[in-house]
Ligand binder design. Structure first.
Ligand code: MN
Length: 276
């Protein structure tokens, strides 16, 4: 039930871009499968007891047309800037690989200079470059971590070369094995974040039993309810101005990953709708 752009409270930007995934290929199929997953959802949100879609959801797509990051990312940045300039429409960007966040976040930082990032991921993603390129999924948060506070949750895979950046400077890292109590973790994350927050969600932050369809799975991630408790706390306490949901790499014969991803987005929209 799509809404015209001018009436929409939420915009969904589909970014089927994939260049550097390593273990399993297929993140370019993430956005279309995300839409398929969303079609199976009930429009009635059973937690919030409301029909969130009635606020208006407008979906756009920016096809990469075979372009490399060097050419595609400036187009992504321009499109994000255009949508933000319309005002009053929270943008959800759906990947595609996580390196896209490098192009999505700068327009948010321009508009909200006090922004901080809640980075939900299994991986620290703080390498300055990986396999010869700074545009890799392994470097997703490196550039923005030089400019604004980044608070990392779910992290359970860190390269030796990243270890010096984890928990240093603007980066606050809550390693998964040290922060198992979600209520305490949420309270600590709130203290580390500023008032205005951007959510960058790599679906591999979830446990693979919740979202098996990711390129680089890691054991020991958040359960569905742990993740939702954490994110609900943040959305209620802060002003969340944008969200990306990345690295959906759908499986052939299992739709649970795209259902989880689209249900997560719909729930986030519902919380946002109720928090203003
Ligand atoms: Mn990751």
């Amino acid at each position: 039930m799509p809404a015209p752009l001018r009436d929409a409270r939420f915009t969904v930007l589909l970014l089927p871009f994939e260049r550097t995934t390593c273990h399993r290929k297929g993140t370019r199929k993430g956005p279309p499968r995300f839409i398929e997953g969303s079609l199976g959802l009930e429009r009635w949100d059973e937690e919030l007891r409301q029909q969130t879609y009635k606020a208006g959801i407008h979906t756009l797509e920016l096809p990469p047309r075979g372009q490399a990051a060097r050419r595609y990312f400036p187009r992504v940045e321009a499109e994000v800037s255009r949508i933000l300039s319309l005002g009053g429409k929270t943008l959800f960007s759906i990947g595609g690989e996580h390196s896209l966040s490098q192009a999505i976040i700068p327009p948010f930082l321009k508009r909200w200079p006090g922004l901080s990032i809640l980075h939900f991921d299994a991986h620290a993603d703080l390498r300055p470059a990986y396999e010869g390129t700074p545009f890799s999924h392994a470097c997703a948060l490196y550039p923005v971590s030089r400019n604004c506070p980044v608070v990392q949750v779910g992290i359970r895979s860190v390269a030796e070369e990243e270890a010096r950046l984890v928990g240093q400077g603007e980066v606050t890292t809550f390693l998964m094995h040290e922060h198992r109590d979600i209520r305490k973790l949420a309270a600590k994350a709130l203290r580390a974040l500023t008032d205005t927050v951007y959510l960058s969600i790599d679906l591999d932050g979830f446990d693979p039993s919740v979202v098996p369809g990711v390129g680089t799975p890691q054991p020991g991630g958040f359960s569905w309810h742990e993740a939702l408790d954490l994110l609900r706390t943040v959305v209620r306490a802060k002003k969340v101005v944008g969200v990306d949901v990345m690295e959906l790499c759908p499986l052939e014969d299992d739709v649970s990953s795209e259902v989880a991803a689209s249900k997560l987005v719909y729930r986030l929209m519902g919380w946002l709708l109720n928090s203003r």
